[in-house]
Each structure stands twice: as structure tokens, then as C-alpha cells.
Design a protein around this ligand. Sequence first.
Ligand code: G16
Ligand code: MG
Length: 609
Amino acid sequence: EKKHTHTCCVSMCSGNMTLTQMKMESTLKPVDSLVAAGRHDELRSRLCSRMSFGTAGLRAPMGAGFNRINDLTVIQSTQGLCSYLFRYFTDFSSRGVVIGFDTRGQEESGCSSERLAKLSAAVMLSRDVPVHLLSTFVPTPYVPYAVKKLGAAAGVMITASHNPKEDNGYKVYWCNGAQIASPHDKEILRCIEEQLEPWSASCWDEELVQRCSLRTDPLSHINSCYMDELTSLCFHRELNRRCPLKFVHSSFHGVGHVFVQQAFQNFGFPPPIPVPEQKDPDPNFSTVRCPNPEEGESVLELSLLLAQREDAGIVMATDPDADRLAVAEKSEGCGWKVFSGNELAALLGWWMFFNWKEAHPDPADTRSVYMLATTVSSKILQAFARIEGFNFEETLPGFKWIGNRMHELAKTGNSVIFAFEESIGFLCGSMVPEKDGVSSAAVVAEMAAYLHSKNLSLNQQLHNIYQTYGFHISKTSYVVCKDPPTIQRIFTRIRNFDGEGSYPKTCGGIRIVHVRDVTTGYDSSQPDLRSVLPVSRSSQMITFTLQNGVVATLRTSGTEPKIKYYTEFCAAPGESEASSLEAELQKVTFALVDEFLEPERNNLIRRSV
Ligand SMILES: O=P([O-])(O)O[C@H]1O[C@H](COP(=O)(O)O)[C@@H](O)[C@H](O)[C@H]1O
Ligand SMILES: [Mg+2]
């Protein structure tokens, strides 16, 4: 534990009141009370490790501790980032950085995304680095978009997206607009640890951004460029204008409202009907059980009720930082069909290829076209690619992998026309190498309008897609586990299930034919037994391929204390009935959780529906 006691802590204990100590008064108090109460486990979890870059940046509860998001850890992170960028870019002091923030805030700790963004800006400005600080909350994809547009060296977005209201986060974008991946993430962490003491009083000066001439506000420029460029994804404006469909949109108390309204108008639609209770920022996310639209019907209640009252056929919800999108459609009978991320991706993948093909009828052109998805997402795009002749690739979970791969592909003259994650993260086109809920909302609206003009619903078209490319039935869910040693024990047991070093041989009585363990780099299906995807030691991920064709993955979340599971059954075109696949998949999914995670024995909390 001594190892982690860094300089700030030492200076705090030295008896002289340092600036850090004065500034950290609010976080010292909770630590003192934990000491007084003898809460050693809590102290250990807060003080004895630092946050690291997970699936989507640094993410943790706001509050006291080096393993938490607070003024000090954000200043330290920005110092580390700043030093790394100075080392990496000779022209860093002219390129500068972009900084954006969402609408989060916490009264007890005085922590808000806006304040943390201003402190990050202050750190950069204190070293004479130009800062493009977006002056109001923005959708996350605006930061990487601005990084590329302005030629900045990097970008920072202060957001915890869909996490509980107690959390906040720090996403870092590289000059190519993709979130940082290895080795930048590890190098930045090393730089953070090298200089933990805040550089100067300026780093604590939230007001510096008002006074410093090196600070600019690119908001209106970036917004108008983004909205102009968005029209490159609009293929049927006239049809949109005449569309009789009505749309409801929820911003989930986050940033999305004005941006989605504008995007719809750019596509020729009237603005969608907003859910009034959820359209303005609310850091308490007062009307939702959990601010994640991925949770489906249970969190879309207000949107569905409003749609019912307004007779709107389609409901859309952007997550609080508007980089992801949920969609529901009124069913022909009664009730609503809430699309899973995989289902929506089947529709969007079809739609993007359909429009691309209209503009590029020469089959030879298809060879340089790519679609990407993460490995825990549906393989439906692979089925498309096989039949239509374009390319499909998969990456590790997290859009940072997709974004960086897009950049590589662009360098060799290829273009990615669609990419997605099962967790309702979609990117249509390649305006920005990040998932984007705002552009996806406008594209889904246009697809729905087009299908409507052909007397088809989204759901009917999904069925058509399955008929052509094969049924792809999938399930995605999770259990909550806040105890890292339990998670470790669970995965160690799986790795030694049938004796030392031997993975399970069956799941639900069905033979497991292949195992891929990305954490260790093992893949029994490869001739050299090595996983093609990069080894990812900092998280757990094991995939089983079963004899009946089901592929099942268990993995730890990199943004929340969860173990996630993903299962899919892919049938060949024309093969089998959807209902029999569904039953088989259900059986395997139950067994996967019960046999390998043992929820009761390990006190795992099952997802509440
Ligand atoms: O919790 P994990 O690691 O599974 O990560 C989850 O959230 C990430 C970040 O999403 P956002 O940027 O909206 O926070 C997604 O990339 C990932 O697919 C999803 O599973
Ligand atoms: Mg998000």
C-alpha cells in the first residue's frame, strides 16, 4: 500500500498546509471519516490503486480517493496526458487539444463535468497549450469530430455516458479521432504517475478559461460543420419531407435534445416530439431507474406513453452523452417492439449498403468496402458481407478498437460504411471514428420513412433481412458483481473447470467445440492455438463455440462492475425456424450463467427487468 501513497499524500501529512491540501479539503473529510470508522476495505479500494483506461476511458464514482473521479485525479490525468502529448508531437503547442463535457454533476462533492472540463483546460493552458473548449455540453462524438476538423493533437470528453449518476469519466481521443488504445493508454498512465503533484496554482483555476487568450470556443463552428456534413448520410430528403410517420425522442436527461432536433430538420423531417420530462439536463436522472436506454422497455416507459398519446409510430432514445441510440416501433397488433442493438445493426447495415450500392453500381467497387463490429456483437454483417461481396472484420469490445481500425483501413484506400457494437452503438458512414447517436437517429428515421413508403415496418424489413441472410438470434445481459476477487475466482474456476488448465467441455449438456480466451491469448480453433484478436490482460473475456452452433461469451465490463454475457445462434439463409432457434439459445444462455457464473453461490445480482 505504501507504493501507492503518492506525493500529494506525503505533503498533506507533513504539517505544512500545501495548496493541494487546501484544495482537497472536501475529499479529505470523507477519507478521515472512513479512517475513524475503521473502513479499511473501502479505504483500500479508494486509495490503493488508480483508475485505468477501460472500454471507454477512465470511469469511476465521483468522490474522494485516487481511484475516484475528482478535481485532483482529473488534474493529474490531464498533466500526464499533456506531458505525453508534448513528448509525442513536436507541434503540440500549436495544435492544442479539444475539450468537451456532458451534463453530469454531484452536489456533495461539488464535482461536475463542466468543472472538470475547465480544470483540464486550466492544466493545458498553464503549459501554454491552446485549448478548444466547447462552451456548452455536447454529444461525445463532437469531441473527436472537432479534433479532426481543427487538427488538434488530442481530445478529452468528460462523461460517464450511461453509468449511474454517482459516476463520471474521462475519455481521451487521439489526433485521428479514435479513442486512445494501446500503447498510448499505458504510456499516458505512466506519465500520470510520474507527476502527481499539481504543477501550479493555475491548475486549480476554473476561471482561467475565461481569461486566457489561448482558449477558444469552437462550438458554433463545429456544430454547423457537423450538421452540414451530416447531410452526406441523407439520401431521400424529398421522401422525408412527405413522411407521415411521427417520431418521439428522449434525451435521457442528457445532452441529446437540441442536436437530435437539428439533425432531423437537416434531413427534411419536422423535429421529433421530445419527451418533456427528459429533454433537459438533469444530473439526477430523476425519471429513469437507470440512465441506460440499452435496458429496453423498462426505461423507455415515458417515451412509449408519449408516443401512444401522440400516435407516433417510432420511439428513439439517445443515451445521456448521445453516442448511442435505442429504437422502438409500434407493433401491428398492440405493444412495442424494442430493437436490440444487434437487430438495429442488421437494419442499419442493410440500409447503408443499399444506399451505397445505388451510388456505386460497379461490383468491383465493393472490394474496398468494409463493415466492422465488435466480437461480442452479432455476426449478421459477416453473413451480409459473404453474400454481397464486401469485407467484414471484428474487433475487441469498445469503439476505440473500431475507430482505430477505421483509421488503418482508410490509409490503404478502404472505406468503412457502417460499424456497430451490440450495446446500441452505431456509426453510419465515417464522419467521425466514434459511435454516434445523433447521426444514427436521423438515419433510422430516414430508413423508417423509406420503408413506410414501401408499406413495410422496420420489423418486417428485419424479417426480410433474416430470410435473405439467415436468422441471427442473440441474447445479451449481465450480472452485477462489485467484488473483484469474486470475479477473479469465477474466471479462474472456468480456466480450470475440468482439472488444471482445462476449460469446460460442455454447456447445458451441449459439447463445447472451441474455446477462445482473449485474456490469455488462447484460441483452440487456431492452428497455432493463439487468439487472432489482441490479448487483453486487464479484462476477462472467454468465448465458447458449441456443437449446436451457438457462440457464447462471458466478459467483464470495462465501464461498470458487471459480468456480461452474450450468446448468438446464426443460421444459414433459409435454414430453420426462428422459434426453435430461440428455444435452443435460451437453454444455452441459462446454462452458461448457472454453470459457469454460479450466481447464487457467488452472490451475483441478476439484472432487474
Ligand atoms: O461496460 P462495457 O465495458 O461492456 O462497455 C459498454 O460501454 C462501452 C462504452 O459506451 P459509452 O461510450 O456509451 O459509455 C461500449 O463501447 C461497450 O460496447 C459497452 O459494452
Ligand atoms: Mg454513451
